[in-house]
Design a protein around this ligand. Structure first.
Ligand code: HEM
Length: 500
């Protein structure tokens, strides 16, 4: 039996601690903040849907840098290119951390052993350097060219059959399936049959994994109320998903360790990681858990982002017929009578590339990047930002900043034609892949797929709206979650273009 004194102490000590912390903060120059409630701070003001949009709205009142009290954790939100530059360039090292000990990411990445959710430390630096050299290098990206070509050709064949039978194509479904097939083949050499049970099982699992990585655990923000996560079943769900995923990774790894395995299709990423393990080429012992955690990174970071971009590009194009015609003219000009545009053909398509940039500007797949955490205290824009502050960089807002963009809400690829602005992390008004030490290492892998998919969809088909629909009927609502996915499927009619 717990004594009443202990109970009172348990309930009041955290409150005293919280209010003391609040008072200390108010004494220092900390960015402005919406008024919060005791204990929960501003948590009640943030719904689960489109956090980036809610933060964008708040920035209109509180400015390009404001703060939030998320339970016992402090957060700041950066919403302008100038401040993004200050944080991600001038204070790059300080802003290279990730929020520590978040329940979902911690569990699913084997205690932070991957890249994406690992804190900024020697382990992350070495793992990232190794992955950049062996997995994300341009040589490796080119080595997967045949996988991309095979899978995109397969999609074109599938859509041609829809076109011949005048069937509507669900582009969300087709493009999510394509991106995940490409990533699965690149990562572990497996190809799931189109509508098979295995495929949907794998997809459900991956979706659940994404949901848990972004999931709201009370203990992340108010540790002494962590029992709520047990009561509402969050821990049970997390444990179940972790066990299922772990079993799946183990199967794949065992398959790859089989000496009789057929390797005639070339090396995949698991082969590369197992070789690194065998040769012990890192300063630490690369274990099977490390490999599993890197596997999570690649599947989660690589699938939805690529699919989302292709769906948004097609959405923007169908709503902007002028741009659709212009980009089709260009790819058909370079493609000529070819049935399929190869990766080399596409390099000359400058308008297609500008259109992809414009899509990533208006619909950045990671609208808040991956949340960061300061490694030590620093000063930004005259404000004192303490160590261990969570940092959201609102790319959605930055890409719509009137100071940097003319008509920011217009889908206008021409803005990039005579411009040096690129998304390589040097122009802070365009950072769909982030910037600084944490910039997306998979950027070149992603662009290789985006170019090939979009060029061929536009080369092979003319696209029309289903009967009775106008372009105004196509909405741009998004699903809740870390990746900006179109909520309602994009249904279009493909007509085979006669290259004749
Ligand atoms: C259009 C496609 C993609 C977009 C827009 C994108 C965007 C991003 C963004 C915004 C971040 C966070 C950067 C930051 O915190 O500053 C990130 C991180 C990351 N991305 Fe991508 N990504 C894409 C595709 C890919 C692909 C295909 C892969 C791998 C196969 C990948 C692997 C990663 C990894 C491992 C990280 C974590 C980096 C770290 O924390 O050090 N991404 N990506």
């Amino acid at each position: 039996m717990v004594s009443p004194l202990v109970l009172i102490l348990c309930l009041t000590l955290p409150l005293i601690f919280f209010f003391q912390k609040q008072r200390t903060l108010k004494n220092k120059a900390f960015p402005p903040s919406p008024k919060g409630l005791p204990i929960i701070g501003n948590l009640h003001q943030l719904g689960n849907s489109s956090l980036f949009f809610q933060l964008f709205e708040l920035s209109k009142t509180y400015g390009p840098i404001f703060s939030l009290q998320l339970g016992l954790r402090r957060a700041i939100v950066i919403s302008s290119p100038k401040l993004a530059k200050e944080a991600l360039k001038n204070h790059d090292r300080v802003f290279a951390g990730r929020p520590s000990n978040l329940i979902g990411p911690q569990k699913l990445t084997y205690n932070g052993l991957g890249i994406s959710f690992s804190p900024y430390n020697q382990y992350w630096r070495e793992t990232r350097k190794t992955c950049v050299a062996h997995i994300f290098s341009s040589k490796r990206v080119s080595s997967f060219s045949s996988v991309r070509t095979f899978e995109v050709k397969n999609l074109i064949k599938k859509i041609s059959s829809h076109a011949s039978s005048k069937k509507v194509t669900n582009l969300n479904e087709a493009l999510i399936s394509l991106s995940s097939t490409i990533i699965c083949r690149i990562a572990f050499g497996r190809r799931y049959e189109d509508e098979g049970v295995e495929r949907s099982k794998f997809h459900d699992l991956l979706n659940e994994c994404q949901a848990m990585l972004a999931g709201f655990f009370v203990s992340d923000f108010i540790p002494f109320l962590g029992w709520i996560d047990r009561l509402n079943g969050m821990h049970k769900r997390l444990d179940r998903i972790f066990k299922e995923l772990d079993k799946f990774y183990q199967e794949v790894i065992d398959e790859h360790m089989d000496p009789n395995r057929d390797t005639s299709n070339g090396e995949d990423i698991i082969d590369v990681l197992l070789q690194l393990k065998k040769h012990q080429s890192l300063s630490f012992d690369l274990t099977i858990d490390h490999i599993k955690a890197l596997f999570v990174d690649i599947l989660v970071a690589g699938t939805d982002t690529t699919a989302a971009t292709t769906v948004w590009a097609m959405t923007a194009l169908i709503k902007n017929p002028r741009v659709m015609k212009k980009v089709q003219k260009e790819v058909r000009n370079f493609g000529g009578q070819k049935d399929f545009l190869e990766e080399e053909d596409i390099q000359k398509c400058s308008y297609l590339k500008a259109m992809i940039k414009e899509t990533l500007r208006l619909y950045p797949p990671g609208p808040l990047l991956v949340p960061k955490e300061t490694n030590e205290k620093c000063s930004i824009n005259g404000y004192e930002i303490p160590s261990k502050t969570i940092v959201y960089v609102n790319v959605w807002a930055i890409h719509r900043d009137y100071e940097f963009w003319k008509d920011p809400y217009e889908f206008y690829p021409e803005r990039f034609l005579d411009s040096d602005i690129d998304f390589l992390g040097q122009n802070f008004e365009l950072i769909p892949f982030g910037a600084g030490r944490r910039i997306c290492p998979g950027m070149h892998m992603a662009l290789a797929s985006l170019d090939l998919i979009l060029a061929n969809l536009l080369h092979s088909f003319d696209w029309e709206l289903p009967e009775g629909m106008t372009k105004e009927d196509i909405d741009t609502q998004v699903l809740p979650g870390i990746t900006l996915l179109k909520k309602n499927p994009l249904y279009l009619i493909a007509k085979i273009f006669n290259k004749g």
